[in-house]
Design a protein around this ligand. Structure first.
Ligand code: HEM
Length: 406
């Protein structure tokens, strides 16, 4: 069969290349892919091998070269290394240990009421519009508003955060980013970091002046110790940017991709309307079937091998979640959208050392969103062609024209 160029973002415009992945899982489960004018990378396609790479951070480093397959400029890489995503143990362990308690299921569960109110407001606006581009008019507003809420960002500043978050996403698509992906994305990140540093400074001032109103996530994160010292305002700036970066496009995609999956499977949609307690399982299947990220990368620290394929020290290795989630040795009839899969060990949140810190928040947003969506609209109709983002990283929709009726 003809194997596409997996690095070329055009390969993903019509659909993810599932057939080619399935073929390679059988015949070449670790495959070399070139990148024009850059060093190429190994694609790891089977579930078990992705798990292996993710669980061995000493051999497969996130810090050495970052998590995307393109070689980054040194300055960009240095700034990425301020994020958990691109730290290796023991530094990663030290940071994550102090922050993780604030993202536990029980803590995040307390946000349900606010997440629901925000969701209702967003859907009410969609209802007034009637015909919407569901991706930008509806889904995109949930993660940026929830993040603004939990970080205590003043309401008047949230549209700006939303705009920066939108600029960061999906930079390989010339329609979204006609100039240059690197610049637009990093300018937005920089502006967001500057904003967050100022937010931290004002918060410290407020606390110093004796204001002891309920602490929010900003206060809790700022109080965390990192590498044996207290977090600085600049540390906080990077942390804030990483939360918005990691949680925005991914959550929006789960909501938009999930809605499209339900429209394509009307029997499942009807089943969920009948029995909303199935929604959490549906969210997991949405994540497996329409995983928001195609891959994350590591760099080998030593000569090693994956599934018998020798890999030299310093080479790039991409964990292809889009393939691992359809591995027929783990998922029966993997191309079928089936909300009754149990267990459903998809890898859409990664696994091991860097397992998604925001997993409980993402799941909460997913469950509440679909509960409210089905409650609010008795009729959801596709009124145009959905369009996918041109990207080898973001497995996302850039347009989903819908008519929403109560
Ligand atoms: C459906 C939504 C989401 C998906 C599919 C997703 C996916 C992922 C994946 C695949 C990783 C692993 C990275 C790796 O192994 O290199 C990850 C890590 C991470 N995610 Fe998420 N994520 C989502 C939502 C969120 C949200 C809402 C937040 C913020 C609250 C968040 C914050 C993070 C952070 C901070 C990390 C880095 C963790 C670490 O390196 O220890 N994510 N996410």
């Amino acid at each position: 069969m003809e194997i596409p160029d997996f690095h070329n973002p055009d390969t993903y415009v019509d659909a993810a290349p599932h057939e080619a992945f399935a073929h390679l899982r059988q015949h070449e489960p670790v495959r070399w892919q070139d990148i024009p004018n850059d060093s190429g990378y190994w694609m790891v396609l089977r579930h078990t091998d992705v798990v292996h790479v993710a669980r061995e951070p000493k051999i497969f480093s996130a810090e050495l070269g970052g998590v995307v397959v393109e070689t980054m400029e040194p300055a960009q890489l240095a700034s990425m290394r301020n994020m958990l995503l691109a730290m290796d143990p023991p530094r990663h362990t030290a940071w994550r240990r102090n922050i993780a308690p604030h993202f536990k299921a029980r803590v995040i569960g307390q946000l349900e009421g606010r997440v629901r109110e925000i969701t209702r407001d967003i859907l009410a606006r969609g209802k007034d519009m009637g015909e919407v581009d569901f991706v930008h008019d509806v889904c995109a507003h949930l993660p940026s508003n929830v993040m603004g809420e939990i970080m205590g960002i003043p309401a008047e500043d949230r549209p700006q955060i939303h705009q920066w978050a939108e600029q960061q996403a999906s930079g390989q698509d010339p329609e979204i980013n006609p100039d240059n992906y690197q610049t637009v994305g990093s300018d937005a990140s920089m502006a967001m970091a500057v904003y967050a540093i100022e937010h931290a400074r004002l918060r410290r001032e407020r606390r110093a002046s004796g204001d002891d109103s309920n602490p929010d996530l900003t206060d809790l994160v700022m109080a965390a110790e990192v590498e044996g010292r207290s977090m600085t305002d600049v540390d906080f700036g990077s942390f804030f940017v990483q939360l918005v970066t990691a949680g925005n496009d991914t959550t929006r995609t789960m909501l938009a991709g999930g809605t499209l999956a339900l429209l394509q499977h009307p029997e499942t949609l009807a089943e969920l309307r009948e029995n909303p307690s199935l929604i959490p399982a549906a969210v997991e299947e949405i994540l497996r079937w329409a995983n928001p990220l195609h891959y994350f990368r590591r760099t080998t620290t030593q000569d090693t091998q994956v599934a018998g394929q020798p890999i030299k020290a310093g080479e790039k290795v991409a964990m292809i979640y889009t393939s691992a989630n359809r591995d027929e040795t783990v998922f029966e009839d993997p191309d079928r959208f089936d909300i009754h899969r149990s267990p459903n060990p998809h890898l859409s949140f990664g696994i091991g050392t860097h397992f998604c810190l925001g997993v409980h928040l993402a799941r909460l947003e997913g469950r509440v969103f679909f509960e409210e969506l089905l409650n609010t609209f008795s009729d959801i109709e596709l009124i145009g062609q959905p369009r996918r983002t041109r990207s080898n990283l973001n497995n996302s929709l850039k347009e989903l024209p819908l008519r929403l009726a109560a």
